[in-house]
Design a protein around this ligand. Structure first.
Ligand code: COI
Length: 372
């Protein structure tokens, strides 16, 4: 499936949505732009009805499979505005590939990489005025794939909708780039080998809400999940992968089927290696984490994610005991990574790994016609 022809229906002036006036308070996931992208699949026509249209409520059958059996997968990526006014995308092919592997796990049809890129670019270009100039903000892109056939038997769908919504965002956590406190869940688990853990699907997030609420009630921002069998090995945080800087070694749990393969996780591993640091993907137990924090050998802990970027962890609570990390201050490596990645994503660092694509010189209509 090569590039498609995307029909653009532009919003009328009276359909324009309000834009934020103060970007310092926009938070995450509350603002959306004037248009969305959508395309539909059925066995007879393949992907068709491919268009960008003014924002509206989705029409979906009350019996649609996604609403009953959770056949849904999604992605999260961002468009960034550089100091030069340019609009940049970061490693979007990784998101396209992950959407495809999530879809495969849930037995769903999926758009291919080129079509994914064409859709993302044409929508971002049409909404170019919405990409914030504030360096703490970006335009969040949420590609979503759902099974839409009206059918209550349990089987994979034959009809799908793939749509993309975008909106300006600031920091994901209320703490911004300040250290967050995390509660370690020793009862609820996120995923088990052979399950859905590595797929980016709604079920994983729905399932996390219960432990997330327990964490909130105890005064913590997020949950750190342990493995489902021994309740011992660190896996990931609710919306992020996790990294430890221990005796000058950078450690992150391996991708063994239960952890989301984060794009920021992959980028941090590559960057740290380029900086000459020792990076090890290995299992790390919660006991080792708590002991080395207590002994002072753990230099810093941080999470990584598209929404969260790099998020320093200032404290961990496990079985009622709280330990502070690095004096609850942002660690040196986390700060360096945050600054470097933020500049790289905005075209302000040499793109030695070919991760960054400047798109503002393209025209939305031209990309929509497949003429990029
Ligand atoms: C992202 O980091 O883009 C995500 O999709 C996490 C989400 C739950 C906010």
């Amino acid at each position: 499936m090569p590039r498609q022809r995307i029909v653009i229906h532009r919003a009328r002036a009276d359909q324009a949505r309000a834009k934020p006036t103060d970007y310092s308070t926009i938070g995450f996931g509350r603002w959306f732009t004037d248009h969305f992208f959508a395309t539909e699949f059925d066995r007879e026509n393949g992907w068709h009805l491919t268009r960008i249209e003014p924002w509206r409520l989705l029409q979906i059958d009350a019996a649609a499979i996604c609403l009953h059996y959770g056949q849904e997968v999604f992605e999260g990526l961002k468009a960034y505005r550089g100091k030069d006014g340019g609009i940049y995308l970061f490693r979007w092919r990784k998101n396209a590939a992950r959407l495809r592997s999530s879809a495969k796990r849930l037995m769903m049809e999926c758009v291919d990489e080129e079509f994914f890129g064409q859709a993302v670019k044409s929508l971002v270009l049409l909404e170019r005025d919405w990409v914030p100039a504030d360096p703490e903000c970006s335009l969040y892109i949420r590609p979503t794939l759902i099974a839409t056939d009206p059918f209550l038997g349990v089987r994979p769908g034959d009809e799908y909708a793939f749509y993309i919504i975008v909106g300006p965002v600031g920091a994901y956590y209320p703490e911004g780039f300040n250290p967050i406190s995390i509660w370690v869940s020793d009862e609820d688990v996120r995923a088990v080998r052979g399950g859905l853990g590595e797929a980016k699907t709604a079920a994983n997030y729905a399932h996390s809400l219960c432990a997330q609420q327990k964490a909130r009630q105890l005064g913590y921002t997020q949950v750190l999940w342990l493995d489902a069998i021994e309740h011992r090995w660190v896996e990931e945080v609710g919306t992020m992968n996790i990294f430890f800087r221990l005796r000058d070694e950078v450690i992150t749990p391996p991708l063994a089927g239960t952890i989301l393969p984060g794009v920021t996780r992959d980028s941090v591993i590559a960057i740290c290696k380029r900086w000459g640091l020792t990076v090890t993907e290995r299992m790390i137990s919660i006991d080792e984490v708590m002991e080395t924090i207590a002994s002072g050998e753990m230099q810093e802990v941080f999470g990584t994610g598209t929404a969260a970027v790099i998020s320093p962890v200032g404290a961990l609570s496990y079985k009622g005991e709280e330990v502070a990390i690095g004096g609850r201050r942002t660690g040196e490596l986390g700060a360096r990574l945050y600054g470097y990645i933020a500049r790289l994503q905005r075209g302000e660092e040499p793109d030695e790994l070919g991760w960054v694509e400047r798109i503002d010189e393209l025209d939305a209509e031209q990309v929509a016609r497949g003429e990029e």
